[in-house]
Design a protein around this ligand. Structure first.
Ligand SMILES: CC(C)(COP(=O)(O)OP(=O)(O)OC[C@H]1O[C@@H](n2cnc3c(N)ncnc32)[C@H](O)[C@@H]1OP(=O)(O)O)[C@@H](O)C(=O)NCCC(=O)NCCS
Length: 262
């Protein structure tokens, strides 16, 4: 990488200032995430004249085959719209390709700030121009009127032979009801697989009731697409399929998303 170098703990403060120049709340949240153990791992900074002016990076979810999510990606306001974001992302994508990456996903909000306008519009434009494809739009995700778009970029060449993916009768049970971070009233259920049986409509209705009590607006869930018993139960309980992240877990195993509006 010519322009990016690995982020070090001493970069946390200058990176905070980069993010703060664009969004105070994101800066606070990013700060907390960088301060966790290993929080700067797989993050990179870009410098101009020895000053940190940009940050980008990736996260790697467990139990997937070379799947990554783009993490905090910001260019200092003083250096934005000068091609720096494109340079950082191009280098990061090449880095992931070189290390055998398969898929890169990113989430973008369509938030419109009263003074600053659509603050993530440049990011969405940039991602699409780098080849990312829109996969799912979750309406009213972060808040009423603020959607989440998930985009994906294939990093390696697509598998040519379609794999036959067996349906898994995987026992799944819920173990929590919680508000999704960074949202106002979007809820999800925690779950584990290695349970005794697949959850029933009755189990789902307990979760829905709890979310309703907490004044949730909507519940968002996602599962491997080949957990068909899970899908059947969710649909029977009033959830709607809201989209699919193709090849999310591995080639041929997608992530299916479900939404329940309260
Ligand atoms: C996204 C971000 C990192 C891009 O960095 P940057 O250095 O400004 O990016 P570049 O100058 O390389 O490219 C910006 C592109 O967006 C375009 N753009 C700028 N403002 C735009 C707007 N309001 N709507 C649509 N496109 C816009 C520019 O024309 C340019 O496209 P082009 O290269 O095709 O001409 C930076 O804008 C930023 O920090 N934004 C706020 C944080 C953010 O949205 N992060 C991503 C969160 S998911």
């Amino acid at each position: 990488m010519n322009h990016l170098r690995e982020m070090q703990p001493e970069d946390i403060r200058p990176v905070f200032e980069v993010i703060e120049s664009q969004d105070d709340e994101d800066a606070e949240e990013a700060l907390e995430s960088y301060q966790e153990i290993g929080g700067t791992m797989d993050n990179f900074v870009m410098e101009v004249n020895d000053r940190v002016i940009g940050v980008t990076g990736y996260q790697t979810p467990p139990a997937c085959d070379e799947t990554h999510w783009l993490s905090w990606t910001y260019v200092h306001d003083d250096y934005a719209n000068q091609g720096n974001g494109r340079l950082m992302l191009t280098e990061l994508i090449q880095h992931l390709k070189d290390k055998g990456g398969r898929m890169l996903f990113v989430k973008v909000s369509d938030y419109v700030d009263e003074e600053e306008g659509a603050i993530y519009a440049a990011a969405l434009h940039l991602y699409k121009s780098l080849g990312f494809k829109e996969e799912i739009i979750h309406k009213d995700y972060y808040d009423e009127g603020e959607s989440q778009t998930i985009l994906s970029l294939r990093l390696n060449s697509e598998a040519t032979d379609a794999q036959l993916i067996a349906d898994e009768n995987c026992p799944v049970q819920f173990n929590a009801v919680y508000e999704i971070g960074d949202t106002d009233g979007a809820y999800s259920f925690g779950w584990h697989d290695e349970a005794d049986k697949v959850f029933t409509s009755k189990d789902v209705s307990i979760g829905i009731q709890q979310a309703r009590k907490d004044e949730a607006r909507a519940i968002f869930l996602s599962f491997p697409h080949n957990y068909s018993k899970v899908r059947e139960t969710l649909i029977a309980s009033g959830f709607k399929q809201s989209g699919i992240l193709t090849d999310y877990f591995e080639d041929g195993v997608h992530e299916e998303h479900f939404t329940y509006t309260l």
